[in-house]
Design a protein around this ligand. Structure first.
Ligand code: C2E
Ligand code: MG
Ligand code: MG
Ligand code: MG
Length: 291
């Protein structure tokens, strides 16, 4: 067996490599089985309107209920293997279809609710990616604006291809969010020509924003840039009430983070935020009679 060279141009051989390769081969086989056995689940994290802490949507985040160990496995431990093996394509279709059904079900109670779905570069570069999205949205009778697709800067390197795919996605009624903003190879010039509805400020910047004036200025500038381009700005990784307040003061419209809620199973999300439409308290509780 040979170590993949996806991380560097070098192939290095040493005994431990065999273990690593065995692990990857084994993991791939189990992930394939996981898809057949329907062991993937989506958890949902609230997307909050910061002005009044109202839950306006959710981000769908995949987990794997590993039947061999019973553990709930984090995407950080298997997404790259799904991407490398190409399995992310059928898994991504399952994610989108599941999110479509979920959003239409929750929209019966909350008509403007939306669900954000993450898409990998490996999916986005497929020649029939847009067709596949359109097909699923049509089959599930999804209302325009109900699904938001999250892309990252680093997957948008091919300018012509990207801009035409983004335009097509907008055309079929999908909203677009630029995830983890500030961490990829951003070309600020390009941002102006791309039809994103939302910029998501990466949580590394939010985490540092109260460390000093320079750190705060990074956030101020991203918000000004997003607003200047007519986009909505969402801050990821809000963990502290002071961060939330600072972001409100800076005019950031939306937020997401452990301060409000961790990602939770669909049933819990429904019980907490859909069935009773009430704003969140900053400690994650629910306000009884808030406006
Ligand atoms: P992401 O899209 O940037 O998702 C946000 C991640 O930040 C989630 O991790 C979430 O649990 C975490 N997070 C949210 N609020 C906080 C906070 O206040 N503090 C901290 N420390 N973390 C917070 P998760 O669920 O482990 O997902 C990790 C990444 O895996 C995602 O990052 C996304 O890139 C990828 N991913 C997850 N689900 C999917 C999927 O269905 N498809 C694809 N292609 N990628 C996915
Ligand atoms: Mg995301
Ligand atoms: Mg993100
Ligand atoms: Mg992030």
């Amino acid at each position: 067996a040979q170590k993949s060279t996806r991380n560097s141009g070098w192939k290095v051989y040493h005994p431990a490599m065999t273990d690593k390769v065995n692990h990857e081969v084994h993991l791939r086989a189990r992930l394939k089985q996981a898809l057949q056995r329907q062991e993937f689940e989506l958890h949902y994290q609230p997307l909050v309107r910061l002005l009044d802490d109202k839950v306006i949507g959710a981000e769908a985040l995949i987990r794997w209920r590993d039947s061999e160990t019973g553990a709930l496995v984090s995407p950080l431990d298997f997404i790259s293997e799904l991407e490398y093996s190409g399995l992310i394509v059928p898994v991504g279709e399952w994610v989108l279809r599941t999110a479509c059904r979920q959003v239409m079900a929750w929209r019966k109670t909350l008509p403007n609710f939306h669900i954000a779905v993450n898409v990998s570069a490996r999916q986005f570069i497929e020649h029939d990616f847009v067709d596949s999205v359109a097909h699923i949205l049509r089959e599930e009778k999804v209302a325009p604006g109900a699904i938001e697709i999250e892309l990252t800067e680093s997957m948008l390197f091919d300018e012509e291809l990207t801009n035409s795919k983004l335009a097509q996605l907008k055309h079929i009624g999908v909203r677009l969010a630029l995830d983890d903003f500030g961490t990829g190879f951003s070309s600020l010039g390009r941002l102006a020509s791309m039809p994103f509805d939302v910029i998501k400020i990466d949580r590394q910047f939010v985490g540092k924003m109260n460390a000093g004036e320079r750190e705060r200025l990074v956030i101020v500038s991203i918000i000004a840039l997003g607003h200047g381009l007519g986009m909505t700005v969402l801050s990821e990784g809000i963990e502290l009430a002071v961060q939330r307040q600072a972001l409100v003061d800076l005019g950031c419209e939306r937020g997401q983070g452990f301060l409000f809620s961790r990602p939770i199973p669909a049933e819990t999300f429904y019980a907490n935020y859909v069935d009773c439409e009430r704003p969140l308290l900053a400690d994650g509780g629910v306000v009884a009679d808030a406006q």
